[in-house]
Write a protein that binds this ligand. Structure first.
Ligand code: PSU
Ligand code: MN
Length: 309
């Protein structure tokens, strides 16, 4: 679809020269979120992982564009100093779509979620985006109404997202139903099963399967012809021998949900709380898996971006 050109951007959005050059030349660019760095992974490992994620995109011949707000400036593509701020500063706000303008106006630092990364990436014409696991419908959402803005945003944003399904802390069945309602196309990459983030299989099927970056690129091309206005979710599972042991996973999750309830954690703090609980209570297993997930997704997104360029 003919999106806005870089010339249309307001002064408040700064596209890194390397990213602007690649976009101008129709080259391969992969957007990366920053909340996983600021709020999803523990310090100080997170800065190293952030660099590795960018490296995984580069290894496939694509240009990484990590998105964040630094000192009130929306940046598409971060230099190492900006990456260090996002990874290390206590002032970084987890910024979903609705928070962006407030963080900009306050000249603060903001880390973008899947929702706000997708929105800003699409705004500058980036077609492919990599993350770990999407947000979605939380367990107990029938009472709490806690459903991530990732879902509604992907329902209205034409971008290809590579993720290992949705976070396993969620109600996966309900999330899949919402993705269907919101017209988000879901394909399994090399699998007929919907991945379960830390687990290779969530216990649910995917509606479609693809087996190569070229097949994904063909779906992307058909979506442009059709004028699809929602996202394409490429669900990329961890190999089964790299998943977190399901017994350990279920025990840590049950404890974590209880701990969140006991601590009165609600709203945007739920996801960071549960991820931090996992990292502490799994003896490093979830951190290992989370890192492998995001690196694998970044590499696949790089290959898809190259195939689509
Ligand atoms: N997946 C991860 N780590 C994360 C997240 C997802 O492996 O930190 C983040 C993403 O930024 C996602 C957000 O958009 O959690 C969802 O938060 P919420 O459930 O509050 O919408
Ligand atoms: Mn929420």
């Amino acid at each position: 679809m003919p999106g806005p050109t870089l010339d249309d951007l307001p002064d408040g959005i700064v596209v890194a020269p390397e990213v602007a050059e690649a976009l101008g030349a129709g080259g391969a660019v992969v957007a990366l979120e920053s909340t996983i760095i600021s709020h999803g992974l523990p310090r100080p490992t997170n800065l190293d992982v952030a660099r590795q994620i960018e490296g995984a995109v580069r290894d496939q011949g694509a240009v990484p564009a990590t998105i964040a707000i630094v000192d009130g400036i929306i940046r598409i593509g971060l230099d190492d100093a900006a990456l260090a701020v996002i990874a290390g500063s206590d002032e970084v706000v987890k910024a979903s779509v609705r928070d962006l303008a407030v963080v900009v106006a306050a000249k603060g630092h903001g880390a973008t979620t899947v929702a706000s990364t997708a929105e800003l990436a699409a705004r500058v014409g980036i077609g492919v985006f990599a993350t770990g696991g999407l947000g979605g419908v939380h367990r107990g959402a029938a009472d709490s109404f806690d459903e991530s803005a990732d879902l509604t945003t992907l329902g209205a944003t034409p971008i290809t997202v590579v993720s290992a399904g949705v976070k396993s802390i969620l109600d996966v069945a309900a999330t899949l139903e919402r993705l269907e309602t919101l017209n988000v196309t879901v394909v399994g990459y090399g699998t007929d099963r919907f991945p379960g983030f830390y687990l290779a299989d969530s216990g649910h099927a995917v509606p479609h399967r693809v087996d190569s970056p070229d097949e994904v690129a063909a779906v992307m091309a058909a979506r442009r012809t059709i004028g699809s206005t929602a996202a394409l979710l490429v669900a990329n599972p961890l190999p089964e021998d790299r998943q977190v042991d399901p017994v350990l996973h279920d025990r840590v999750l049950t404890d974590g949900l209880d701990a969140a309830t006991a601590a009165g954690v609600t709203g945007k703090d739920v996801t960071p709380f549960l991820l931090a609980h996992f990292h502490e209570a799994s003896g490093g297993e979830s951190l290992r898996a989370n890192t492998e997930i995001i690196l694998a997704n970044a590499a696949l997104a790089g290959r898809i971006a190259v195939a689509a360029a």
